[in-house]
Design a protein around this ligand. Structure first.
Ligand code: SF4
Ligand code: FES
Length: 619
């Protein structure tokens, strides 16, 4: 007899005694478990699927037949150590091994013997899962398997995924989407582009007609799709023409940095310009479909370090993408170790990592082969003295409810990394105050810091996803009303638009005029930060460009200066982040020979870039 640990689909562990040579499935049944084994070991079902938690042990077991391998490939929770238990005999090397039974079969491995039930104990074990990537070609199988009774228009789903990038995985499909709630399920809407989301775009019907043509060729299809892409504002908020440093030949050759705000630079590692699953509303979707000339990415450490050394007012770097957490610990470590150990980078306090991996693939931190190394890397980076913040993107409370995401959060927090949360407010997914209230409540329970509620950017299927500003504000205020002070860390609702991050603060009536009160949370010119300004109240407005200044003003206060910043960037004098790095003298040297400036100390004495003077000179 040997001891083995049986872990059922609820992560409950039971120790059982097993005779050597016995069939594993028979052992489980004999111990009072109600396990299906519906085909009587004839290799026709997969209800006896188990995962044997030991790489070495698997080499000692009877080899898998081709039939067993084929059958296993159809199961959920497939793992490299998956086996069908009806084909395994107990061997002495199994002593104290954990054997997981993860099947989705309704009554599999429930304990029916009361005596065994008493011996059960809750454990923090997560059933391992192997990442399975799903693309457009898998949609048919996914629908057939998870909702065969629903009449989803497969051709239209395929057509729309020729325009909007689609990619997801087995965790999202098996554990996050509620297939009984199709097509309304929020996570289904989050990852499966919906067939009517581009209906308001000119030319879309022609595209669908072309798609139906059985003789279409792929090259023309891609061309037709890119015509639609151009109509979807692929690079909003000046991302291509105002944020990328271009003030030297070196920076013109490299294109993996955006630097819009004085203190924070963004780095786009080439290795991570994709995600574990794509969001249908992604504002970076152009990175996944764009031509290589428009892609922002670099894997040059030299370029990254040079930039940081030259811009000493940068305190924060944000690794972004795509999702930097698709990188493994070795790839990410190349960057993090270089930043942690560099005496010339003492001005860099914070390393932020923008990621939706906790929502889309939390196994990364729990059971993946690289999980321990990744956690160690994060811990070492924290121990080097840098603050590390995972900017976790959660769109809906359902992403926070699985055991594996809770365990991933616990493990990451143990490394000393802080997790801050953010998401846009999106029609069809989370435009309800109850959803946000529940989401922030869950986040606080799990020790996360709510950080941003964004307004959907002016890109992609904005007409479909966008929520009017006045409604956004109501949702934010109603959700916040019922939460404690710990949820008041959220800045929201906020628009990440060309001039900066503009918060919608409230609606007021001033001098008999109903207005939106707005405020910069971050701005291209740091002097605009925290400044309140007002726009005419408009219930149709969904974005800053839809708003008009209040009180008869012709322009918002920042518009002229924004034009100057644009001009300077065009003249290769630097992005707004670079321009405001400099003390007044360096700033002047930057614009020397370009504009006829006059020396002037700014009234606030901050001796930052004198854009008012530049503005006067240029105009
Ligand atoms: S995780 Fe972020 S970058 Fe990736 S698809 Fe979603 S919004 Fe886009
Ligand atoms: S019981 Fe059906 S394959 Fe094992």
């Amino acid at each position: 007899m040997i001891n083995i640990n049986i872990i059922n689909k609820h992560n409950i562990l039971t120790k059982v005694k097993a005779p050597l040579g016995a069939n594993l499935l028979d052992v489980i049944k004999g111990k009072g478990y109600n396990i299906d084994g519906t085909c009587n070991s004839n290799l026709e079902c997969t209800t006896c699927h188990c995962i044997i938690d030991s790489d070495n042990l698997n080499k000692k077991l009877i080899r898998k037949s081709i039939r067993e391998t084929d059958l296993l490939s159809t199961t959920t929770h497939l793992h490299k150590n998956s086996r069908l238990s009806c084909k395994i005999n107990v061997i002495k090397e199994m002593e104290n091994t954990d054997i997981y039974f993860p099947t989705m079969s309704k009554n599999t491995l429930e304990v029916i013997n009361k005596e065994i039930q008493k011996k059960e104990k809750k454990i923090k074990k997560i059933i391992p899962k192997k990442f399975k990537n799903y693309t457009k070609s898998h949609i048919k199988d996914i629908f057939k398997r998870h909702c065969p009774e629903k009449k989803l228009d497969l051709d239209k789903y395929k057509a729309i995924t020729s325009i909007i990038p689609f990619r997801t995985n087995n965790y999202v499909v098996e554990e996050l989407i509620d297939w009984n709630n199709i097509p309304n399920d929020p996570i289904f809407n989050l990852v499966f582009p919906q067939t009517d989301m581009l209906d308001s775009i000119e030319g879309i019907d022609d595209f669908y007609d072309f798609y139906k043509d059985p003789n279409k060729d792929m090259i023309t299809l891609r061309k037709e799709a890119s015509k639609i892409h151009e109509k979807l504002n692929p690079h909003p908020a000046g991302q291509l023409d105002m944020n990328i440093p271009n003030n030297t030949d070196f920076y013109l050759e490299n294109k993996g940095i955006q630097h819009k705000y004085r203190e924070t630079m963004l780095f786009f590692p080439s290795e991570s310009q994709y995600c574990h699953s794509y969001c249908t509303y992604c504002f970076r979707w152009a990175q996944f479909v764009g031509s290589s000339k428009d892609l922002i990415n670099s894997n040059s450490l030299n370029y990254l370090l040079k930039y940081l050394k030259e811009n000493k007012k940068i305190s924060d770097i944000l690794f972004t993408g795509g999702d930097p957490m698709v990188m493994n610990s070795k790839q990410l470590g190349r960057y993090l170790n270089a930043l942690s150990s560099n005496p010339e980078l003492e001005h860099l306090n914070t390393i932020r990592i923008g990621s939706k991996s906790l929502s889309y693939w939390p196994y990364k931190y729990v059971t993946d082969d690289d999980a321990k190394d990744m956690l160690k890397l994060l811990e070492n980076t924290v121990n080097s003295g840098k603050h590390v913040s995972l900017m976790a993107h959660f769109s809906h409370p359902n992403e926070l409810k699985t055991d594996v995401v809770k365990e991933a959060i616990r493990l990451i927090k143990n490394t000393g990394v802080q997790i801050r949360t953010q998401a846009p407010i999106i029609n069809h997914i989370n435009n309800d105050p109850k959803i946000w209230e529940e989401m922030w409540r869950l986040q606080i329970n799990l020790g996360l810091i709510p950080y941003y509620m964004f307004i959907e950017r002016d890109t992609g299927a904005k007409n479909w996803f966008g929520v009017p500003l006045f409604e956004t504000l109501k949702i934010y205020q109603t959700a916040q009303r019922n939460l404690s002070g710990l949820a008041k860390t959220v800045r929201g609702p906020s628009m990440s638009c060309n001039p900066g991050k503009i918060q919608l603060v409230g609606v007021e009536t001033i001098n008999n005029e109903k207005v939106f009160a707005l405020k910069f949370l971050q701005a291209r010119n740091p002097h605009w930060n925290d400044k309140l300004f007002f726009a005419k109240y408009d219930e149709t407005a969904k974005w800053i460009d839809d708003l008009k200044p209040a009180f008869g003003e012709k322009k918002f206060f920042y518009e002229d200066e924004l034009e100057v910043i644009k001009k300077l960037n065009k003249e290769h004098l630097g992005t707004s982040g670079q321009l405001f790095q400099n003390d007044i003298k360096t700033a002047y040297s930057l614009v020397d020979n370009k504009v006829n400036y006059q020396y002037e100390i700014l009234p606030d004495g901050l001796s930052m870039f004198p854009n008012r003077v530049i503005y006067d000179s240029i105009n």
